[in-house]
Ligand binder design. Structure first.
Ligand SMILES: [Ca+2]
Ligand SMILES: [Ca+2]
Length: 367
């Protein structure tokens, strides 16, 4: 395929030097052309992920320490048979708040089919690729669910209804349902990222690029938004193979392998009266129904991302290319002039009239 690109370039150069139309009103044209030479061999493709053929395996390890108190769900009028909590091994009375320290843990893999778009610009002659406008939904719109556990540590207490003793000083893992990661996006920040195209066989090129992105994560744990979607700067490393195809398309196979870990403060992390079904310790086999209140102050998220992305790209139309052959030349100029002061084809800037402003657009993209 590189040899396919060459004739286009040579043709382009020839047109620049010998076939430029000489019109009186276009005497500034050579300057405009000179400034466009650097981009002459750049071909821009709008690209989209093929979700069915793309996979993401996301390994998660989310940990959020928190402290607070819990109390039995007994209530004299509304729940008189509920659990009561009392400090110590025995004795005491009433229903008492018991201090605890704990951590939420959320771990496991989420498999998804990602969606998204990005823009590839290639310059086959210069062996360069430029990557821009990356916007990937790594979950493909389908929230991922992980089992959540609370590891809880407290001073010795006992319960009534059921009658049970909870010796203090040990970590008790309690399954507490699911955590959900509802959003995982990577959105490019900053300008396009250049990469080197390394020619392979059969019109394919390999490349590597590190794209600066904001990762946007929304995660819910026990009904609380513990990661609220605040963009977090990161890097999306892309390694891939680009194949230039006929019909002005490209196919791109990309692999992503990345690990990250960060600790963020949690704003508004206070919660009250969260239902906690705490298995009894002595004797085992029962459930104490507690209401837990506390404050989550920070969350640590460690993630591994392994993805295979299948991407298809279609060449972006060139402003001023009025006949759609991806060249801007005298054929397009003829179309423009045939509609002079009219509307429709030739109105390159979309202002409703074909005039000298459109000539300027056409010339600035002259092949
Ligand atoms: Ca054309
Ligand atoms: Ca116009």
């Amino acid at each position: 395929m590189p040899t396919r690109q060459k004739p286009t370039r040579q043709k382009t150069s020839r047109q620049k030097t010998s076939r430029f139309p000489c019109l009186g009103l276009l005497c500034v044209a050579p300057i405009a052309l000179a400034t466009s030479v650097a981009l002459a061999d750049e071909i821009v493709y709008d690209c989209a992920l093929n979700a069915a053929a793309s996979t993401v395996v996301q390994s998660n390890d989310v940990n959020a320490p928190f402290t607070g108190t819990f109390i039995g769900n007994y209530e004299a009028t509304t729940n008189p048979t509920g659990t009561r909590t009392i400090p110590g091994f025995f004795g005491g009375s009433g229903n008492n708040a018991i201090p605890y320290t704990a951590s939420f843990a959320l771990a496991g893999d989420i498999n998804s089919h990602p969606t998204g778009t990005l823009r590839f610009s290639t310059d086959i002659e210069a062996l360069q690729v430029r990557i821009g406008a990356v916007d990937l939904d790594l979950l493909g719109g389908v929230p991922g669910t992980l089992a959540a556990t609370v590891n809880i540590n407290y001073q010795t207490f006992h319960t009534v209804a059921p009658n049970a003793i909870y010796p203090g000083g040990v970590n008790i893992p309690v399954p507490v349902g699911n955590g959900t990661i509802s959003t995982l996006r990577a959105v490019q920040t900053g300008p396009v990222v250049p990469g080197l195209l390394v020619p392979q066989k059969n019109g394919t090129y390999t490349f590597n690029a590190a794209v600066p992105v904001d990762y946007v994560v929304v995660a819910t744990l026990l009904g609380q938004n513990v990661i609220d979607g605040t963009p977090t700067p990161g890097v999306l490393p892309l390694s891939g193979t680009l194949t230039v195809q006929p019909n002005n398309t490209v196919s791109i196979a990309v692999t992503v392998s990345n690990t990250s870990s960060s600790t963020q403060p949690v704003a508004n992390g206070a919660f009250t009266d969260l239902a906690l079904a705490l298995p009894t310790v002595i004797p085992t086999g029962g459930i104490a129904n507690l209401l837990m209140s506390g404050t989550v102050t920070q969350v640590t998220v460690a993630q591994g991302l392994n993805a295979t992305l299948a991407i298809a790209g279609t060449r972006v139309p060139i402003p001023g290319d009025l006949n759609g052959d991806f060249l801007v030349n005298s054929l397009d100029l003829a179309i423009l002039l045939s509609n002079w002061l009219g509307t429709g084809s030739g109105d390159c800037n979309g202002d409703g009239i074909v005039d000298s402003r459109d000539i300027a657009v056409l010339l600035s993209n002259w092949s």
